[in-house]
Design a protein around this ligand. Structure first.
Ligand code: MSP
Length: 530
């Protein structure tokens, strides 16, 4: 039975059985090192996972790497490595970056692992047996960087050459024996599902694109290749390897031990698949059709976020403008990077990364608004009350205090609404609104005057209110900037996250926080000079 204590959007969790939440990132191609674009999807997923854990959900957060296909085989050759050596090396870089960025995944799947390849083969055999796969010949175009098949009428024609409509690079003509998946068979069922589940594809712009795409008519999809070997060989016909997307999409269930694994029973269907906008089509058309063919329930939500450019340009190695998340984190700190990347752009829209914008946001939001609030509040606890948070029997002593405490109590519901919508920048906006109010509260209450006038009770209420606001801020910033969240509650003399949740879930957090001994420490975000 669930037994939870709720107050002001904070839950203190005593459950023995909790609601599950399964979320995934795409599996990253290991042809290259991870950049800020990959980090974007992963940080967003991590924030959501941490938030859901905070709310008492039993979260399963899956990420991993997509290690097969022509593109990887070519990258390995260029690096003078076997494909396996190449992927074994690059996967470590991905794991290293995720560790550095504090990504709290529960499982990391590689498509070269046996636990995955076995499931791919089983699924392939089953779909073949039931007539959803058939042998034929594919003649058409292929974009290797995108690992995507294109029909004649989808290509961009320039100077007698055919270019990929997604990435703009030249495609190659293929003519080879292949197995086809009967995608066309599932067209009507897919449209019906999308219609019956309005939140399935998000944001709405992506949904319109997908619906239009399906309505143009789905063609059966080539799902094996015979001109290279770096892939999962299909049972009984091993000159074919499974098409890299058909292989990789299966990870979302193979990692859970499909079909009989306990995790599969517990966590499937996925609550959300997160990804960039360019791969929504694979997740909202091909993947659900595969699941329909298998008789497996469809994911609840597929969310396609926007793309980052850098100083107005597409990120690319040849332009030399690829933003390295590690270098950025070493310069600004992990929390600043996590904050900026989710605050700067509404999730779902495209954004432009600029160093100037990062610099300005850091100084304004982190150093000034949050850093200063914490620093001056703690300084006042030290100066006026010898470092011990005072108690008060009248926290709502005046209108300003009432307003601040109300804003504090309302924050949880606001953040919850925006987190449900994956509107990360708005959720951060909600938290920073409270931070702004607390800063204004200090200016308006002018504690130095209260002190001068000998208004000790008012001063105590004032400090106590600030402390409970800081505790609330510590709680809600934690999914985004967890080190900062922890530093704030530790500075308030709160031992750990459980204690913080207990304090905030009570109806009188001010009472709970009184008599804690603060410890100011270093400024959270030292101001940066240009
Ligand atoms: N391997 C496939 C996914 C298979 S999932 C079964 C793939 N990999 S990828 O490495 O190319 O991209 C993974 C993710 O990184 C996508 O969500 C993509 O949108 C994201 N990004 C890569 N570059 C990006 C930007 N410049 N901006 C934002 N995100 C981008 O696709």
């Amino acid at each position: 039975m669930r037994q939870m204590l709720w107050h002001a959007g904070v839950c203190y969790n005593h459950q023995t059985m909790s609601e599950k939440f399964y979320l995934t990132t795409p599996l990253y191609y290991v042809n290259d090192v991870p950049h800020i674009g990959h980090s974007y999807t992963t940080i967003a997923a991590d924030v959501l996972a941490r938030y859901k854990r905070l709310k008492g959900y039993d979260v399963w957060f899956l990420t991993g790497t997509d290690e097969h296909g022509q593109k990887i085989a070519i990258a390995a050759e260029e690096n003078k490595k076997t494909s396996q050596e190449h992927v074994d090396m690059v996967v470590e870089r991905f794991k290293g970056v995720w560790e550095k960025l504090g990504i709290s995944y529960d499982d990391f799947i590689r498509t070269t692992e046996t636990r995955h390849t076995e499931v791919v083969q089983k699924i392939f055999s089953r779909l073949k047996e039931q007539g959803d796969l058939y042998k034929g010949e594919y003649e058409g175009w292929y974009c290797t960087p995108c690992e995507t098949f294109w029909a004649d009428n989808q290509l961009i024609l320039k100077d007698g050459k055919n270019f990929c409509p997604d990435c703009g690079r030249e495609t190659q003509k293929l003519k080879e024996e292949t197995y086809f998946f009967k995608l066309s068979k599932y067209q009507d069922q897919l449209l019906a599902y999308i219609d019956a589940n309005p939140d399935f594809i998000q944001p709405p712009s992506r949904k319109h694109e997908i619906v239009n795409f399906i309505k143009q008519g789905l063609r059966d999809l080539s799902v094996t290749r015979t001109t290279f070997t770096w892939g999962v060989p299909i049972p009984d016909d091993p000159k074919h390897v499974v098409y890299v997307w058909f292989d990789a999409l299966i990870n979302y269930i193979s990692a859970l031990g499909y079909p009989d694994g306990e995790k599969f029973k517990k966590y499937w269907p996925a609550d959300v698949h997160l990804m960039g906008k360019e791969i929504v089509r694979f997740h909202a058309v091909i993947w659900p059709a595969m699941l329909l063919a298998l008789g497996v329930p469809l994911p609840k939500r597929v969310f396609g976020h926007g793309w980052w450019t850098v100083e107005g340009e597409k990120m690319s190695k040849s332009k030399g403008n690829v933003v390295d998340p590690i270098a950025l984190a070493e310069d600004y700190g992990v929390d600043a990077v996590r904050y900026f990347i989710l605050k700067a752009v509404p999730f779902g829209a495209d954004g432009d990364f600029s160093y100037k914008n990062l610099f300005t946001t850091y100084n304004a939001d982190l150093a000034n608004d949050l850093g200063n609030l914490v620093h001056r509040s703690l300084t006042m606890v030290e100066k006026y009350f010898g470092g011990e948070i005072p108690e008060t029997d009248n926290p709502a002593m005046d209108d300003l205090s009432k307003e601040l405490l109300q804003a504090r109590a309302d924050l949880g519901a606001k953040v919850e609404k925006h987190m449900q919508e994956l509107a990360f920048s708005l959720a951060l906006g909600d938290i920073w609104e409270l931070i702004g109010k607390a800063n204004t509260y200090i200016e308006r209450e002018a504690p130095w005057n209260l002190k001068k006038a000998g208004k000790e009770k008012e001063l105590a209420a004032f400090i106590n209110n600030l402390a409970s606001v800081l505790a609330t801020v510590a709680f809600f910033v934690a999914p985004f900037i967890f080190t900062t969240g922890e530093k704030i509650f530790l500075a308030l003399g709160i031992k750990n996250h459980e204690e913080l949740a207990l304090i905030l879930a009570s109806d009188q957090p001010g009472k709970q926080i009184a008599h804690k001994k603060v410890c100011k420490g270093e400024p959270l975000f030292p101001r940066r000079e240009a």
